[in-house]
Design a protein around this ligand. Structure first.
Ligand SMILES: NC(=O)C1=CN([C@@H]2O[C@H](COP(=O)(O)OP(=O)(O)OC[C@H]3O[C@@H](n4cnc5c(N)ncnc54)[C@H](O)[C@@H]3O)[C@@H](O)[C@H]2O)C=CC1
Ligand SMILES: O=C(O)[C@H]1O[C@H](OP(=O)(O)OP(=O)(O)OC[C@H]2O[C@@H](n3ccc(=O)[nH]c3=O)[C@H](O)[C@@H]2O)[C@H](O)[C@@H](O)[C@@H]1O
Length: 439
């Protein structure tokens, strides 16, 4: 059992804290947001993540997980301090490491016994080294504090499983003994650990997200070609994904990536490369393709509805950037709705959990927590998040509610053949307009 403090109780901090508590450690999650901490103390989990509320409550009741707004007390009672504060972009495109350095300096100022500081936030190369120098200056008296890099790879919506079943745990350290101590914390998870230097660990995180973003933009470009040559992206993705060197994952073509991570981290990595006078061309192209994919899809809606959206009612299904989360940060749906709205469409949108978060981004759009209200009177359905609730719609009822049975599916929520067999005009990304033979 290790006493752990987690500084920054956002998505990563809360999930990591709860999973470490479940593994038997004694964890205190701290955040400067007192309202959030107050809610967590009463068992209210501020994010929608399947299984998280139960995990938090069970571990809080067992006395292994508690919450603090006072970082000083959290740090004083811990041997390992994990930093999981946000690292948003600054207006000039650089990563804002200010809040992280503030948290590190504050923790150091309250350190009186030897500790291990581990940076989980996604940070530019060199941040752990800088943090180490900051710690040396902020310590009230000289004690040994190791600063290691420990990037996080969890996904929203499957964050708990991703933590317990991580493909790898990356630990970047200057002193191997410090790395081993951090590896000990994760030992109950039984996952492979990669030890490396701090700079490489920091770059692994950005390179992993960049590679995945490139993979998505690549398959989206192949899908765009499919539409022009009459091929089917489903067959193409299956065919290339069967090659073990390519792999079948992250080859779902559609309206591109969104969320709080890929858009932010790809742009951050472009900026990091620019700062060392390197033009990261593939990544720049991937970011551009991703932006264009939203515009292409909105244009496809317009084309499908006869070239003008003026006076047309469109039901957009899905606001979250992916299913099983209420996160709408940089969600493709938000941009697509704005584009449709600007083209004159009367947009109504549905999401099972994200309407509250989406409201401030879409003040002029009527939002529904149930799908049929959004669909009633629609000239077309536009699918922007592949929620199971969308796939499970009563299609006869949907058809009765619409003025014409038209579906534009940006996320492959439906099977094209099944939809066409039920009398829908189905338009998908990378799917031939007419069913191709042999698929
Ligand atoms: N959300 C995700 O799925 C993943 C995020 N990451 C990275 O992890 C880091 C955290 O991300 P999220 O958890 O999504 O962020 P978040 O925005 O959900 O939470 C960050 C938290 O840090 C707190 N905070 C900020 N400055 C603080 C300070 N000085 N002292 C104490 N608390 C402070 C904020 O109040 C907030 O609650 C980022 O660098 C992100 O790129 C990495 C992997 C996955
Ligand atoms: O650094 C981060 O913060 C995290 O970013 C992503 O996780 P996340 O953003 O939660 O979600 P993903 O499941 O990766 O999906 C991101 C976006 O890509 C889209 N996507 C994903 C896969 C695919 O084949 N096609 C596709 O368009 C999704 O719809 C979604 O909009 C990474 O997958 C995590 O490993 C990483 O830890």
């Amino acid at each position: 059992m290790v006493n752990v403090a987690v500084i920054g109780t956002g998505y990563v901090g809360l999930v990591t804290g709860a999973c470490l508590a479940e593994a038997g450690h004694r964890v205190v999650c701290a955040d400067r947001d007192e309202v959030k901490i107050g809610r967590l103390r009463t068992g209210v989990v501020p994010i929608y993540e399947p299984g998280l509320e139960e995990l938090v409550r069970a571990n809080a009741e067992a006395g292994r997980l508690r919450f603090a707004s006072d970082a000083a007390e959290a740090v004083a009672s811990s041997d390992v301090v994990l930093f999981a504060v946000g690292t948003p972009p600054l207006a000039n495109g650089d990563v804002d490491t200010g809040p992280l350095f503030e948290a590190v300096a504050e923790a150091a100022a309250h350190t009186r016994t030897p500790k291990l500081f581990a940076i989980k936030s996604t940070v530019p190369v060199g941040t752990a080294r800088k943090a180490e120098r900051l710690v040396a200056r902020a310590l009230p008296r000289p004690v040994k504090v190791d600063v290691v890099s420990n990037p996080e790879f969890l996904r929203e919506g499957s964050a708990i499983r991703d933590t317990f079943e991580a493909d790898r745990i990356v630990i970047g350290c200057a002193d191997p003994e410090a790395g081993e101590r951090l590896a000990g914390l994760y030992e109950p998870f039984g996952r492979p650990v990669q030890m490396t230097d701090r700079e490489s660990a920091e770059l692994i995180k950005y390179a992993a997200n960049a590679f995945l973003a490139v993979k998505i933009s690549f398959i989206n470009e192949v899908a765009n070609v499919c539409e022009k040559v009459g091929a089917d992206i489903r067959s193409v993705a299956r065919g290339i994904g069967a090659d073990r060197r390519i792999g079948p994952h992250f080859l779902n073509a559609g309206i591109g990536y969104g969320g709080s991570c890929f858009p932010k981290d790809t742009k951050a990595q472009l900026r990091i490369a620019e700062n060392v006078e390197y033009d990261f061309q593939i990544l720049r192209a991937a970011v551009h393709v991703n932006a264009m994919q939203r515009i292409r899809f909105a244009n496809a809606v317009e084309r499908t509805l006869g070239g003008s959206l003026a006076g047309k009612r469109v039901a957009v299904l899905g606001l979250a950037f992916k299913p099983h989360t209420d996160d709408v940060r940089d969600a493709p749906a938000i941009d697509i709705i704005r584009l449709l709205h600007d083209k004159g469409a009367d947009v109504r949108a549905y999401d099972p959990v994200a309407t509250a978060n989406a409201r401030r981004h879409l003040p002029d759009v009527e939002l529904f927590d149930e799908p049929y209200g959004a669909i009633a009177g629609a000239d077309a359905i536009v699918v922007t998040t592949e929620w199971p609730q969308v796939a499970a719609l009563d299609l006869d009822r949907v058809k009765r509610l619409m003025t014409a049975p038209v579906v534009l599916d940006g996320r492959r929520a439906f099977e094209p053949e099944a939809m066409r067999a039920r009398g829908f005009r189905y338009v998908g990304v990378g799917i031939p307009a007419e069913p191709a033979s042999g698929t």
